[in-house]
Every structure is written in structure tokens, then in C-alpha cells.
Design a protein around this ligand. Structure first.
Ligand SMILES: [Zn+2]
Length: 326
């Protein structure tokens, strides 16, 4: 049997884990609730239990475990530094120190979206493209940058915070402390909030029909359906948000001249309306070099980019030799 690797994606509500071989063939998968209010020790313990359960199922202990976390980690020591959305913010939690002895394998940490970009590099578009930027469009907006076939990490493993570039100098305040960040315009919650407003002010009749008046059911998916069914205002809201994303993508292209921009996460499910708008804005706003050969494409891995990224992280021993840290 080939050696197995493990991956865990720590989210605000769920922990998703897989066991796979080096080629990314998944042999076991499972999930557990995060229950972050119980604190870091309980949550890390649940990651351990989840991996043990999957190992039993697969009949093999993984060689290494890659964990994606929603924030910053010290990649060398395997400690979390700052997880802004989890209770206690997880400052200096020794995740590797707790899990490596228990599981009997190496443990590596990385920001969850950088890890998804690594998944795309190892098992998705990265098989044919050596220079790309990855946008994860979800509850928040994160990113990762791959140049010359390598995920770029930088001094803190923090290269690629694409969602926190300023789009509007006078915009709303962002959770990061800046104002007018891209995330405020193209995240799932931003789109949903605008649709709820349209629905409640009588400007989204199709959407109202689809969710049967229940604003709790409004999400990006039903927004797309309402736009396709003829809700012009909902369609316009999606186009406006996509134009903001287009500006961010154009900035990225002008800065690093990649071969491709990969759009992942739930918001990317809006499909052609989103992608065509972004392509149009890129054509208008990138003027320093031709853009005809730069592709804007959906992730090849969909919601598996994160889990498979964890496998790639485990296989590549946390990319420790690629860090710029002194
Ligand atoms: Zn921000």
C-alpha cells in the first residue's frame, strides 16, 4: 500500500478532513463540528480524533498531516499566531506540539486559502500553468500566488491577501482595519446583504418567490437563480460586485503578469455572469501589456482545493525549505 497523508481544513463551523495518497486519491474523508467556543485545546483534540477515526477506517497511519487554518500561523514551529474569527484568537497555540506526538506523524500548518492555492498547484490548474493567482471567494476573500511553479509564502507565509486590497478609498470599514477592501464588495455576505435589501424593498420579485419570502434562505446560489429568472436589480448587483472583483484582478495581473487567475469558493459558482464581467474589466484596465493570453478560470478542484491542498502540504513537508524567513 502507498504511504498515506492526511489533511484537515479548520473552518469557523466545520473541520473537514481527508486521507489520500501522494497523487491526491482520497481513501477516507470525514468532518466534525468545530465548536470553537470550547477553546483551542478541545478543537485541536477534535482534529486529532477525526484523523484517528479516518486512519482506523483506512487501516494505516498517515505519514504527515497538513492543516489549513483561518488566519496566520508560524510555519516553522507549527503554532497558530492569530485566527481573528475564532474565540480567544488562538495566539501561540502549539497545534503541532499537541498533535504530532498523539498521531505519531509530522504536522504542518498553513493559512487555509494559501493551502487551497497549493491544492490547485499540485492537483488542478498547476499541472499545466506555472504562474497564477488564486482568489477564494467565500465568507471572506483570500488568495494565494504561485510563481514559477511555487507557492509564494514570503516572510510570514502571508503573500496573497488579495481580498484586502483597497478598491474604494472612501469605502466601508473592513474587519482587517482598512477601509474599502475588495472583500467588502464580493464576499458571500456582501452579496447576500444587498439581495436581502433588494428583496425587502420590493425590487427582487423572483428572488422573493424562490426563497418564499424567507430572507434567511437568501444566498449566492439563489441570487444567481433570481438573476437568470429575470430579476434585473439582482443581476445588476452581481455585475457591480463582479466589477469590483475585476478591478482587484486587474491590479493583480498588472502587478505579477500571471498566465491565469483562478476563481474559487462559493461565489465563483455564479458562473458566466461573474467571469465574463471580470474578463471585461481586465480588458479595460490592464493596459501595460496584452491580456489576450491571460485566462480567468474556475478552480478545477471546486470545494476540494482546500482538503487536497492539505495533502500537498503534508507531502511537501510544509514547504519549510521554501520559506523566506530568516
Ligand atoms: Zn480588509
Amino acid at each position: 500500500m502507498l504511504p498515506l497523508y492526511a489533511s484537515a481544513d479548520l473552518g469557523g463551523t466545520n473541520i473537514a478532513a481527508v486521507l489520500a495518497d501522494e497523487a491526491g486519491n482520497v481513501v477516507a474523508k470525514g468532518s466534525a463540528p468545530t465548536l470553537s467556543y470550547e477553546g483551542p485545546e478541545a478543537v485541536v483534540g477534535r482534529i486529532g480524533s477525526l484523523i484517528e477515526t479516518l486512519s482506523k477506517e483506512a487501516g494505516a497511519t498517515p505519514k504527515a498531516l497538513g492543516i489549513g487554518i483561518p488566519g496566520l500561523a508560524n510555519l516553522r514551529t507549527g503554532e497558530t499566531l492569530f485566527l481573528p474569527n475564532l474565540i480567544t484568537q488562538w495566539r501561540n497555540v502549539p497545534v503541532r506540539g499537541w498533535l504530532a506526538p498523539r498521531l505519531g506523524c509530522d504536522v504542518y500548518l498553513m493559512n487555509d486559502v494559501r493551502m487551497a492555492a497549493l491544492g490547485e498547484l499540485a492537483y488542478g490548474h498547476g499541472k499545466t500553468v506555472r504562474n497564477f493567482a488564486f482568489y477564494a471567494l467565500g465568507t471572506g476573500v483570500g488568495g494565494g500566488v504561485v510563481m514559477g511553479g511555487k507557492l509564494q509564502l514570503g516572510r510570514l507565509g502571508s503573500i496573497g491577501e488579495l481580498g484586502h486590497q483597497s478598491i474604494d478609498p472612501y469605502g466601508l470599514t473592513c474587519g482587517c482595519g482598512n477601509r474599502g477592501c475588495l472583500e467588502l464588495y464580493i464576499s458571500g455576505p456582501a452579496l447576500t446583504a444587498e439581495s436581502v435589501r433588494l428583496l425587502l424593498s420590493g425590487q427582487a420579485p423572483k428572488l422573493n418567490e424562490i426563497v418564499q419570502g424567507d430572507i434567511g434562505k437568501v444566498n449566492v446560489k439563489v441570487m444567481g437563480e433570481a438573476a437568470a429568472a429575470g430579476d434585473e436589480r439582482v443581476r445588476a448587483a452581481i455585475v457591480r460586485a463582479a466589477q469590483c472583483l475585476g478591478i482587484g484582478v486587474a491590479n493583480t495581473i498588472t502587478t505579477i503578469h500571471p498566465e491565469m487567475i483562478v476563481l474559487g469558493g462559493g461565489v465563483a459558482g455564479l458562473g458566466d455572469l461573474l467571469f465574463d464581467t471580470v474578463r471585461q474589466v481586465v480588458k479595460e484596465r490592464v493596459r501595460m501589456f496584452p491580456t489576450d493570453d491571460i485566462r480567468i478560470e474556475p478552480s478545477l478542484l471546486g470545494d476540494q482545493a482546500g482538503p487536497l491542498g492539505g495533502i500537498a502540504l503534508a507531502v511537501r513537508a510544509g514547504l519549510l525549505n521554501e520559506l523566506d524567513l530568516a
